[in-house]
Design a protein around this ligand. Sequence first.
Ligand SMILES: Nc1ncnc2c1ncn2[C@@H]1O[C@H](COP(=O)(O)OP(=O)(O)OP(=O)(O)O)[C@@H](O)[C@H]1O
Ligand SMILES: [Mg+2]
Length: 355
Amino acid sequence: MALLQARHFCKDFGAVNVIPDLSIDIQEGDFTVLVGPSGCGKSTLLRMIAGLEDITRGELLIDGRLANDLHPRERGISMVFQSYALYPHMSVSENIGFGLKLEGCSKAEIKQRVGDVADALQLGELLHRRPAQLSGGQRQRVAIGRAIVRKPRIILFDEPLSNLDAKLRVEMRMELMKFHSNHGITTIYVTHDQVEAMTMASRIAVMEKGQIRQFDTPKKLFDAPTDPFVAGFIGSPQMNLFEVSKVDGKTLVTKEGATISFAGLSSDRIGHAATIGVRPEHVSIGGKEGELAFMARVDLIENLGDESIVHLVSGTQKITARAFYGAECRVDQEVRLGFREANTHMFDQAGQRLA
Ligand SMILES: Nc1ncnc2c1ncn2[C@@H]1O[C@H](COP(=O)(O)OP(=O)(O)OP(=O)(O)O)[C@@H](O)[C@H]1O
Ligand SMILES: [Mg+2]
């Protein structure tokens, strides 16, 4: 049985419904990542699980027991916020131990547990400082310390690394991954960072407008997105999506006016496709025999050192190609593009993936 189950969650803020009907099962020990556009309901979902927000309709089960009406402290859940929300007038050790004090733990026990957590997070030297005397990464660790000192079964993170600079973010990401593999605490983690999502998650839930579009392993999400939204959301630069306007013999025209030839293909899958997706790394400049092919004009080349991102246009259709070790083309050049059918993601009119 899943450790945590959200069943038919619905959330209204006054007259506005932000989560219509959402269900998800979280397995014990998993590192679940929630991603989705701003405003899709990620924080709201975490807050409903934590007990900081009412569940308008639906059931929250923890270990199979109904938890809707449990006080946040009784749920065995801790939450780490983006802002850290540390108490500025308290020292690091008081910040970490505050929750235990509220629970009525003895001074000796608080000292012991705060000490253990400080050791695990390398905060031992900093216990007497106040938050203002710490770096961003250290504050972040204090916030995590405060969450784990209560020995939660589930820990919720709402964009915990987004205030840190790029280098520190990478370091903290690795620390969090090590922490998870050492302690195995069931984790739900919200991020806007695709690399964090792909590298940290056992499973990723991609949300849109209060709904979960796909809940899968990072690899499955990347290799076989089940709908065009997920296809466009996971991957950077994002997947090229062509909306088919009409098919005529062995060519198709996209809604944006690109004419793609698919002569030489044996499969008739393309005849059922309303949307065709292809990742930038699968678009070849020059094109080869047996590929779907079309002409486009180079609009901009972004040189990143080991790779180039080439932005092209065909009609008003924008296309991105990723070329490793430099692109052999120049701005304004008309080039032939090609991609293999095996590398396409096709979706029908209803947005269902075509096998
Ligand atoms: N207290 C509130 N009252 C009214 N509307 C709210 C409240 N909190 C959130 N919302 C609305 O609910 C929707 C979901 O918000 P939420 O904060 O969960 O999004 P999010 O996915 O976390 O976005 P972001 O990535 O920007 O943090 C948004 O449209 C937001 O404006
Ligand atoms: Mg949020």
